[in-house]
Design a protein around this ligand. Structure first.
Ligand code: EPZ
Length: 420
């Protein structure tokens, strides 16, 4: 197991490029199951989660290979074994994204229920209700979703999600593309990753309108063709580097990102007093002498992303005053607070609300990563802290950041990875 060592207090200057989006690559790879043949998915980051999904697709009978220039090539057979075993699903809950495509393509599926998660209960009831509305019969047995389509083919319908769910919208949308007739999905998630999946599906021959809005309309087709699609840049990786740039004394240019995907974050970075500029190929952010306090409330896109909450908290822990952070998407997403306190942050939590009393500085210490975005926050805190910070359990980080230490070092960061 690796750990990351950071000698903090060194100003960061320079340019860093973002990779493709994990949360777009995973659903697009799952969507490949919808069509027999050779798919090429480009700009796919080399991450643990991508490797997990590759193993899952291979387990079903696909051939998955890393191609040139960050692409993944998936050969999908005529017949696959529509099963997602517990051992693969438990390491990555996004594996549930194969359920919709399996049901749509083969009319049956056996997919392990994803277990609990550090950041919340994360049920999949909305996924299951949406698939049932399309005509699937689903029962939970021995920790698995046993699903089949009695009619052999799913049927178009109108379904309203009780709450906005990113992978729920993606799963049901993927099922609807091969259903008979029209499906109208209401209260859909509007994340850019949902729109990117829809764009890939349309390239495969699907008929989809409204992705990126609350109302998505899908007219089912008989069959789809293999896709060649480059996924969008990772807005959360970009956001993490932009927060690094907003730390006092830093100036960082992030290239390859889409500013429109980051508006809510950029607005908060401007509010804390960082300078934010659109430059050729990306965004440049420079931190002021000391951040101003600002309140942050997470929300589904285009609101402030919950996946940036922990990283933003690091900035607020250095602010000249107190900020209130409210986490509305997940019920248990403050695991990083205990570790930030070890670095000297003054943060108190009451349910979904955290009060961050800004202080003059952080001091390095050994800390433990608890989940993907919490680990990114600990790296940022280590960069800002005096002395050495040792981040352990970085396997959390590797799930969503491609070689983060190799991306930060050229900016001047004194950061390295070591065997723990
Ligand atoms: C996606 O997770 C992302 N993962 C998450 O990123 C991200 O935090 C989340 O969306 C919110 O933006 C991927 O895209 C692979 P949700 P997802 O369903 O789809 C509740 C990261 O760091 N809910 O939108 O699982 C749920 O419990 C990860 O990269 C139900 O109640 O999130 C949560 O409170 C972490 N029933 C809320 O909705 C359901 O059936 C939003 O969850 C589904 C969700």
């Amino acid at each position: 197991m690796d750990k990351i060592l950071i000698e903090g207090g060194v100003p960061l200057h320079g340019t860093v490029a973002v990779s493709g989006a994990k949360n777009a690559a995973l659903p697009v790879m799952a969507a490949a199951l919808l069509a027999e043949g050779d798919h090429r998915i480009g700009n796919v980051p080399d991450l643990a989660d991508v490797r997990t999904l590759s193993r899952l697709l291979a387990h079903m009978g696909c051939r998955v290979e890393r191609g040139a220039g960050g692409s993944v090539e998936v050969r999908v057979p005529r017949d696959a074994s529509p099963e997602a075993p517990y051992d693969l699903v438990r390491t990555m809950r996004a594996s549930v994204l194969v359920l919709g495509p399996l049901l749509a393509r083969w009319g049956r599926a056996r997919v392990s229920l994803p277990g609990g998660c550090a950041i919340g209960a994360r049920p999949i009831d909305q996924h299951l209700q949406g698939l049932a509305a399309l005509g699937a019969e689903l029962r939970l047995e021995h920790g698995y979703v046993e699903a089949r389509v009695p009619r052999g083919r799913l049927s178009g319908t109108t379904f309203t999600f009780d709450k906005e769910t990113v992978t729920g919208t993606e799963n049901v949308m993927m099922a609807a593309v091969l259903a008979e007739g029209r499906t109208v999905l209401e209260n859909c998630a509007r994340e850019p990753e949902v729109s990117d999946l829809a764009a890939a599906l349309v390239r495969m021959g699907a008929r989809i309108e409204g992705a990126g809005t609350h109302r998505i309309q899908v007219d089912g087709v008989e069959s789809l063709r293999p896709v060649a699609h480059d996924v969008i840049p990772d807005r959360i990786e970009a956001g993490t580097f932009l927060v690094a740039g907003a730390l006092p004394g830093n100036r960082v240019t992030v290239t390859g990102c889409v500013p429109a995907h980051l508006e809510a974050l950029l607005e908060k970075l401007r509010s804390v007093g960082a300078s934010v500029a659109t430059v050729a190929g990306g965004l440049e952010v420079a931190g002021g002498a000391r951040p101003r306090p600002v309140d942050v409330k997470t929300a589904p896109f285009p609101g402030f992303p919950t996946d940036m909450q922990a990283q933003m908290m690091v900035l607020l822990a250095l602010a000249d005053g107190s900020s209130v952070v409210t986490e509305t998407v997940f019920e248990n997403r403050y695991m990083h607070v205990l570790e930030l306190r070890r670095l000297g942050a003054d943060i108190s939590v009451d349910g979904r609300v955290a009060l961050v009393k800004g202080g003059r500085g952080l001091s390095g210490a050994p800390v433990m990563a608890t989940d993907l975005r919490a680990s990114a926050a600990l790296v940022l805190a280590g960069l800002a802290a005096t002395g050495v910070t040792e981040v352990r359990r970085v396997y959390h980080l590797d799930r969503g950041y491609e070689r983060i230490e190799q991306k930060l070092a050229p900016l001047g960061a004194r950061i390295r990875r070591e065997r723990a």
